[in-house]
Design a protein around this ligand. Structure first.
Ligand SMILES: [Zn+2]
Length: 122
């Protein structure tokens, strides 16, 4: 007995770390939700995607399941969106901004706003 067909492809190599973090406010740059803003609810680092509040809603049809008290119908949920389509909005200057990063005294990578230079690690 074994788990067949579960090995993941290793052809793409290491991905760059997503520039967005959980709790960031982001704006969507392209796609059907272009211009929408929301908070990052989850970052799927290995996929280079993030789930953003109220962004990329997709309808899922659910079947009624009385045993679990689930009503049938159409459920709308956020789907992961590629982080390349997202730009972080700086909480200090309120502008969609590119982020820089540098290392602090403890050697941790600290993100900062290239626009107003404020620290985004807080
Ligand atoms: Zn800023």
């Amino acid at each position: 007995m074994g788990l067949y067909g579960r090995s993941s492809k290793q052809t793409e190599g290491p991905r760059p770390k997503p520039h967005v973090k959980k709790g960031d406010t982001v704006v969507v740059l392209s796609g059907k939700d272009a211009g929408k803003q929301g908070r990052v609810l989850r970052v799927l680092a290995t996929k280079g995607k993030a789930i953003v509040e109220r962004v990329n809603f997709t309808k899922k049809h659910t079947r009624p399941n009385p045993g679990k008290n689930v009503k049938g119908g159409i459920l709308e949920r956020e789907s992961p969106i590629n982080v390349a389509k997202l730009q972080v909005i700086c909480p200090s200057c309120n502008e969609p901004t590119r982020l820089g990063s540098h290392r602090n005294e403890e050697g941790e990578a600290v993100r900062f706003c290239r626009n107003c230079k404020s620290d985004l690690s807080k």
